[in-house]
Design a binder for this molecule. Structure first.
Ligand code: GLC
Length: 437
């Protein structure tokens, strides 16, 4: 396993060991406490504006969302023309709001490569005169001081389009027939010809190698399924400082729960990914109310999720979908400004902090920096703000936003804060407890 040894840093949040050995390379260690990442799902689906990236061509998805046939979906490719692609603007705004890294879909399940890959037959090489959309993203990340992440889906529905069903969970049974490229019922899915799978693996391998060799240092590689056409060791030989998720190999450096807060802190490094707009789709769409990327959930909502993740020692990867022309919707910038304003006074309570004690000792989430504990009170919190099991009374308690002192009581190891009724903002109101040395 080369440089990788079983070295699991003790985490305040959890005693359990992660299910795999993670990298000990010094260049990768930033990820353990990265904080906030920007997930960017982008591709040809944004041309339609009514469907999710890739999933838009899958019929009968249990989670809903718009549907078009794969034939119609793939026909979006020639109309994808990001005239106003401005990754510097996206990422500068994210950086100012406290983001530390960004991860963009170089290729999603639909198989459309955003870089001019020499492998396969579907991507910007065929449809955008070879214009590379990955490179400007990578370079903008570096210019804006963000770590560079690429998402890559080995599962490829363009490659497999004649040998798969486009109905979610189809079995072939009556009522659950397989669906083809025009969503026509199929009596069976056509079997793959001899050598098909070998070609597919060579293609996935070729594409992954391109991403790992053509763009300089890549900090994070986010696979989304298999096959793992090259081993973790091979990847690390090419990119020694890289951080890899386990979705292709079943092993890697961190766990990746999706859209659902784990019930407790996860072992090792971990990252929760979620969608910022109130949508079940990752890619931009705006034609259906209720699933629109024109709206974004509030900063209070985002903070409530981010705080919980940080109090358990994880990272938070929040997803935004650029429009087909390469711009982010206006709401994206508005929310980032609001978040940045909050970070200006209270960001130190979440960025670069450690997990709070676990099992939990407070009635609200806690993050830790040295001898300071931050208590996070979100909208909707009811009841006392309390920490139990404290060895001694604090030196000081202040409201992070203003620095003003906050009243408290300490009785038999239980610290209770008694802030005035005027402090609540409905975002995340942070109280900093200074315990002293
Ligand atoms: C799921 C979805 C995919 C999305 C990913 C993000 O795997 O299928 O659309 O890219 O989650 O984590």
């Amino acid at each position: 396993m080369g440089k990788r040894t079983r070295a699991v840093a003790p985490m305040a949040g959890s005693a359990a060991e992660p299910p795999f050995e993670r990298t000990t390379h010094p260049d990768a260690q930033w990820f353990g406490n990265a904080g906030l990442g920007l997930f960017v799902h982008w591709g040809i689906s944004s041309v339609d504006r009514g469907i999710d990236l890739s999933w838009g061509m899958m019929a009968d998805k249990p989670w809903g969302g718009g549907t078009i046939t794969p034939e119609q979906y793939f026909a979006l490719a020639p109309r994808f023309s990001p005239r106003h692609y401005e990754p510097d603007r996206w990422l500068a705004a994210a950086r100012e709001a406290g983001f530390a890294y960004a991860v963009m879909t170089a290729k999603h399940h639909d198989g459309f490569a955003l870089w001019p890959s020499a492998h396969g037959h579907f991507g910007v090489r065929q449809h955008l005169q070879g214009r590379d959309l990955v490179r400007p993203f990578v370079e903008a990340c570096r210019r804006q001081g963000l770590r560079v992440g690429l998402y890559y889906s080995p599962p490829d529905w363009f490659w497999h389009r004649h040998h798969m069903s486009f109905r979610y969970g189809s079995t072939g049974a009556p009522g659950r027939e397989h669906l083809g490229l025009r969503h026509e019922p199929l009596s069976c899915v056509a079997p793959e010809p001899a050598g098909f799978d070998d070609d597919f693996r060579a293609y996935v391998r070729g594409q992954a190698l391109e991403l790992l060799t053509a763009y300089g240092n890549i900090d994070v590689l986010f696979f989304d399924g298999g096959p793992a056409a090259l081993s973790v060791n091979e990847i690390r030989q090419l990119q020694p400082g890289i951080v890899i998720n386990p979705r292709a190999h079943g092993e890697g450096d961190y766990l990746t729960p999706e859209c659902e807060m784990p019930a407790r802190p996860l072992p090792g490094w971990w990252e929760l990914c979620e969608i910022w707009p109130p949508s079940c789709g990752w890619g931009y769409s705006d034609r259906y109310p209720g699933s629109s990327h024109r709206e974004y959930r509030t900063v209070g909502w985002l903070l409530s999720r981010f705080v919980r993740v940080r109090s358990w020692g994880g990272n938070y990867l929040i997803n935004c979908g650029p429009m087909a022309d390469g711009r982010m919707p206006r709401t994206y910038y508005q929310r980032l400004r609001e978040l940045g304003a909050w970070m200006g006074h209270s960001g130190e309570s979440l960025l670069g902090t450690q997990a709070g004690p676990y099992p939990e000792v407070g009635t609200v989430p806690i993050t830790v920096r040295g001898t300071t504990w931050y208590l996070h009170v979100g909208l909707g919190h009811q009841g006392p703000i309390r920490v139990r099991g404290a060895a001694r009374a604090p030196r000081a308690v202040r409201l992070q936003r203003t620095g003003e002192p906050v009243r408290w009581r300490f009785l038999r190891g239980v610290l209770t804060l008694e802030p005035s009724i005027y402090v609540w903002t409905g975002l995340d109101d942070v109280f900093a407890i200074e315990w002293g040395g």
